[in-house]
Design a protein around this ligand. Sequence first.
Ligand code: GLN
Length: 481
Amino acid sequence: MSIFCLDFMKLNELNIEQATKGLREGDFTSVELTQACLDRISERNSEINAFITVTDKLALEEAGRADEMIKAGNVMPLTGVPFCVKDAICVEGVRSTGGAKILDNYIAPYDATVISKIRKQGAVLLGKTNCDAFGHGASNENSMYGPVRNPHNLKKVAGGSSGGSAAAVADHQCIFSIAEDTGGSIRQPAAFCGIAGIRPSYGRNSRYGIMPMASSFDTVGPMAKSVEDLALLMEVMAGHDVNDATTVPEDVGSYMDDVGKDIKGLRVGIPREYFELEGLDVEVKKIIEDKINILKNKGCEIIEVSLPHTKYAVPTYYILVPSEDSSNLGRLDAIRYGVQTEGLSLFDVYAKSRAVGFPEEVKRRIMVGTYALSAGYYEAYYKKAQKVRTKIIEDFDKVFENVDVLVTPTSPFPAFEIGEKSDDLLAMYLADIFVSPASVAGIPGLSVSAGNTKEGLPVGLQIIGPRLGEGVVLQVGNNIS
Ligand code: GLN
C-alpha cells in the first residue's frame, strides 16, 4: 500500500505491515497509533462488547516505551504495534477472566509463552477480549460478560468462542489479536467477521499460560487483517517451549517467504462431504466455488477427495472435549484463586462458587464429560470416540498423500442472529461441522474472507493443511484473499 493510500486511512485501520512501516519511517508514533485504537474502543465497546478489560493506561506507557525503542533503532517486527488478547490467555498483571465470573478478580501472575514472545518485541497491549466462557461456544453468547455483536450487523453474533478478538480486529479496535482454537474458535469468528485467522497444528505454538479447555485439542493462534500479518505473527509465536512438553521440536517455517510464493502446480483437494452437506447455504457454496475457480485459474490442480468420517467429527469432538474439559475445570474450586462464595462447609464453598461462577454451558460440559468418563460409560463413549478420532486422522493422512491442501467453507452459513441458536444446543454444536475435523486431527486450518453475502455478511474460506503445513496453508490463503 502506498503512503498516498495511507493518508486516507485512520491509524487504527492499518494492518501490521502498514503500521510497522509508518512507525519506522516516523509518519506517526506508537502513542498516536495506540491512542487511535483506544479511541475506537471507547467509541464502540458499549455496542460491540469486544473487550472485557481495556488496559488503556498500560497501553500508553508501553507505547511510549516502544517509541523510545524505535528512536534508538531497536526495532523488531511488532515494536509499537497495538494488539489485544483473548481473555482465556494469561497476561502478567492483567485481569484474565476467561469469560467466566469465577475468575472475575483473577490477575494472571505470568505471561503465556506466546504473549511474552510478542511483548518482548515491544508490541502494545490494549486489553483482553470477550469470549465464550473458557472457550465453550460458537457464538460468544456463553460469555458471562454478555455477547459480542458482529461489526457488520449488530443483530448478528460475532462467532465464537473468540468473538471479541474477531470483532476487535474487524472493527479496527486493534491491529491484531491473539486467540485460542480448540474446535474452531479462531476460524469460525474470523469467518463471521470477515478477517483472517489461523489455528496452527497441535504442538506448533506453546499452550503455556492458556486456560486449558481440552488439552489434546487446544491451540493458540493469531487473528489479523491480512494473511501476511498472520505469517509474521506465526514466525514470532511458534516454536518449542520447555514449559509445554507437547510443543514439537521441528524448526519453525519461514512463513513470510511462503506467503510470497506462487501457487501454480499446487494440488488442492475439495472434500466432497463438505460440499454435499444438507444445510450448506447456497450463497456460501457459490462464493467458495468461485474462489476454487480462481485457484484453478492460477494453475492449481483441483482434485475432488473424500473424507468419509467427516460426519463423525462433531459427535467425536463433543464426547472427547467435554471429557477433557471436566477434568481441567476441576482446578477452579475458588480456594486458591477466583471468586469465592461463602458456604457452610468446604464442599458447600466449592458447589456455591461453581454454581454462580460458571455459565450453563460450562456446567453442561462438566456433566457430559464426567458421564463419558465414568466407569460404566467409559468404554461406550470415551473409548469409542478415541477410536473414531484415529479414523478421522487416518482420513486426513490418506488424502494428504495426494493433495497439498484442502479447501472448504469455514462455516455452512454466515453469522446468525443473536439468540437464534442459543436454545437449540444441537444446532449450536453443528455450527462447528466444518471446523471440528481439523481440530480432532490436530492439523492446521486457516480462515480467510472469501466475500460477502447479498446481505453484507462475510463468508469464510477454510484451508486445511497436513500436520505442520502452516506454510502451504498461508501460501494458498495469501493467493486467494
Ligand atoms: N464451538 C467450539 C466449542 O464450543 C469451539 C471451541 C474452541 O475452539 N474454543 O467447543
